[in-house]
Design a protein around this ligand. Structure first.
Ligand SMILES: C[S@@+](CC[C@H](N)C(=O)[O-])C[C@H]1O[C@@H](n2cnc3c(N)ncnc32)[C@H](O)[C@@H]1O
Length: 237
């Protein structure tokens, strides 16, 4: 079986240029809404430090910096993504409060209880053991700190489910190719089956239990855009 870290590095290595624009196109413009809803859960807690895991080109990290007074650390596995992130941070008004580090979500390079809050986006489909990864993420959050996450989801019901299947299996690969060439075609083709398989194996009830086992309490979630995305948040006990 392919090492999931290697797979993610290969998948994301060629994507950084125009990642943010294409992510919007491929999520039918919903990514910004979902991202904002996730960041809302953190903003309300007024943290002084936040770790954003799987930060990619630092879009979430920069929104956290813009909407809080916190110091933000963005962590990612893929160096090309971090390079794009560093350029985005350098261009922003918040560059002094955002730092980026290379690392793996499965083994974070920080002591227990380092951060007041933690966010992660589109991460758990790329790890072998989502439960263990959530526990590792929770480890570095201070007691009382907020953990918030965003992931694609699978719409339910007789109208949205078939439309979503057509969109993810046919339109996404074609739109990916048209907008970003071979690399985005591969992502477009990979995304739908990856999302379906993830939620088949780890449904929302499973995720909430995994967060609970990781010591995160008051776990809540909001399914958005007819089921296309889900934001989950809770508090480290
Ligand atoms: C779809 S991108 C999301 C980027 C960013 N969070 C956003 O919403 O714009 C997923 C990111 O997860 C990163 N990633 C995948 N597996 C990882 C792991 N085990 N540890 C840290 N980052 C990982 C990839 O390198 C990639 O940048």
């Amino acid at each position: 079986m392919t090492d999931p870290n290697e797979f993610a590095r290969r998948l994301f290595d060629g994507l950084p240029s125009r990642y943010d624009q294409l992510a919007e196109v491929l999520s039918l413009g919903q990514n910004q809404r979902w991202r904002r809803a996730m960041v809302d859960a953190v903003v309300d807690a007024s943290p002084a430090s936040v770790l954003d895991v799987a930060t990619g080109p630092a879009g979430v990290a920069l929104q956290l910096a813009a909407r809080t007074g916190a110091k933000i650390t963005g962590l990612d596995l893929t160096l090309e993504m971090l390079r794009a992130g560093a350029a985005n941070v350098a261009r922003s008004a918040h560059s002094r409060r955002v730092s980026l580090v290379a690392g793996r979500a499965e083994q974070l390079p920080f002591p227990d209880g380092t951060f007041d809050a933690l966010t992660f986006t589109y991460l758990l489909r790329y790890v072998t053991d989502p439960g263990a990864t959530v526990a590792e993420l929770a480890r570095v959050v201070k007691p009382g700190g907020v953990v918030a996450a965003l992931e694609f989801h699978v719409p339910a019901g007789p109208l949205w489910r078939p439309l979503w299947l057509v969109y993810t299996r046919l339109v996404l690969p074609a739109a990916g190719y048209a907008a970003g060439g071979r690399e985005w075609f591969e992502v477009g083709r990979f995304l739908g089956p990856s999302i379906s398989e993830h939620w088949r194996r780890y449904p929302l009830s499973w995720q909430a239990e995994a967060w609970g086992r990781a010591g995160i309490v008051d776990v809540r979630w909001r399914v958005m855009s007819a089921g296309g995305g889900v934001v989950m948040w809770g508090t480290k006990a």
